[in-house]
Design a protein around this ligand. Structure first.
Ligand SMILES: *Cc1c(COP(=O)(O)O)cnc(C)c1O
Length: 423
């Protein structure tokens, strides 16, 4: 994590000490490294260069405008799953001709909004959705470009709440229905079938599921071409894993190695929808220790960041590296298991829920009131899932570029919390 190095015993983001940011902007504080995001995008662009992919960053991973602008400036498109996300892409100056629209429950209003903005294509998930898109397109005198989302029945071995490409979950359709709907599109002048979409789940830390999906895609594309379809897109979704614990994440080139040959064999264009891979390790959430206490034989460190800020541990049992900003013991490579000089600790927040924790039974250096704590890998599904639960204002987000710091979202005030309430 070169973007977040410890130098002389304290944590930095690029050239800026975290402690200085915390002092200036308060805590909790989301600190992003711009160069990290650009580096990840470059890595994907380079790894897949042979097939010149359209990279549609998955907005749901992190939808803050300041982050979307960095990604837009790198030449990327966007994957949206709601009208609100499309609005954000536009507000960030994104190119809507490079937008794909996924999700199982697109409303007529959202479909209309997308067609008005001439998005690249819809990832269609059911027959009724296909009918709705055709009807809306007809009312606007437009032709809608669609790809059908195949549920390839591949077990990507992710958490039960994040698997999407396995038979029995709500996403996509099986191959029989896929061919039926493809035939239906062929008869409909208001629709143009462009290809196939698959998103297998997230995070995926092996290449096997993508290799299997690539083979499926080749078969489906060949079959559809025999049926008379002019198919030229394979969209393999997102899901590339990252390192939360150590170095378990694969480079983009590993995924490219199995995906590129399949795309070449199918003679198609490739779309990708990476989210976590782009932003996951671009952000550290900095918090301050409010109290420590020993109770029931356990040491609790209570910080000012909570599950309303970062819900992943509560929601998915996710593992995040946590370590003090100015630690008494340097952060080791492996933060799991017993660590000399550290004590088993629960790092928790102030929200009134037992699931409000960031780390449980973790060996951590001694911390006291006022100390700063870093929670790593907080860039994906962090702020995007944050809420005002317990009437806690959402925290400030800053983007660091070398030595330059930009506030991209200010801290909410108490007045913001009630601003939408009318009586
Ligand atoms: C969530 C999602 C993604 C992004 O997944 P990551 O794991 O963040 O890369 C891509 N495509 C679709 C359809 C999604 O629902």
């Amino acid at each position: 994590m070169q973007s977040f190095p410890y130098r002389d015993g304290e944590l930095y983001c690029e050239n800026v000490p975290m402690a200085k940011l915390a002092e200036q902007y308060g805590t909790p504080l989301w600190v992003y490294s711009k160069s990290f995001i650009l580096g990840q995008l470059k890595q994907i662009q380079t790894a897949f260069a042979e097939v010149d992919p359209v990279i549609c960053y998955s907005v749901k991973a992190n939808s803050t405008l300041g982050i979307l602008r960095v990604i837009r400036d790198a030449g990327c498109g966007f994957d949206v799953v709601s009208g609100g996300e499309l609005y954000r892409v536009k507000a960030a100056g994104g190119d809507t001709s490079k937008v794909v629209f996924a999700g199982v429950g697109k409303t007529d209003e959202e479909i209309r909004f997308a067609l008005e903005n001439d998005i690249l294509m819809f990832d269609v998930e059911s027959e009724q959705e296909l009918d709705a898109i055709a009807a809306v397109a007809d009312s606007m005198g437009k032709v809608a470009r669609v790809v059908l989302r195949l549920n390839p029945d591949i077990d990507a071995k992710t958490h039960a709440k994040t698997t999407t490409g396995k038979k029995g979950n709500k996403f996509g359709m099986d191959i029989e229905r896929f061919r039926e709907l493809a035939a239906k599109v062929l008869r409909d002048k208001r629709l143009a079938l462009k290809g196939i979409h698959m998103h297998l789940g997230s995070p995926i830390l092996t290449t096997g599921p993508y290799a299997a999906a690539g083979q499926k895609a080749i078969e489906v594309v060949e079959a559809l071409r025999l049926d008379g379809h002019d198919i030229n897109w394979i969209n393999l979704g997102g899901g590339f894993g990252i390192s939360y614990r150590g170095n378990e994440g694969l480079p983009a080139s590993a995924y490219a190695e199995v995906i590129v040959p399949a795309v070449q064999q199918a003679k198609c264009r490739l779309a990708l929808e990476p989210g976590r891979f782009v932003v996951g390790n671009s952000c550290v959430l900095v918090s301050k220790v409010v109290y420590t206490k020993r109770e029931g034989g356990k040491l609790f460190v209570i910080q000012d960041a909570a599950m309303n800020d970062l819900i992943r541990p509560a929601m998915y049992d996710s593992f995040h590296r946590v370590w003090p900003v100015r630690p008494a013991t340097p952060m080791p490579e492996n933060v799991e298991g017993e660590i000399v000089g550290c004590e088993k600790t629960d790092l928790v927040g102030p929200v009134c829920e037992s699931s409000d924790y960031f780390a449980k039974d973790r060996y951590l250096p001694k911390m006291q009131r006022g100390d700063l704590v870093a929670t790593f890998s907080a860039g994906a599904y962090g702020t995007a899932m944050s809420s005002n639960y317990n009437s806690r204002p959402r925290a400030t987000e800053v983007l660091v570029d070398g030595s330059t710091v930009t506030v991209i979202r200010r801290r909410e005030t108490y007045a913001d919390l009630v601003a939408h309430e009318l009586s």
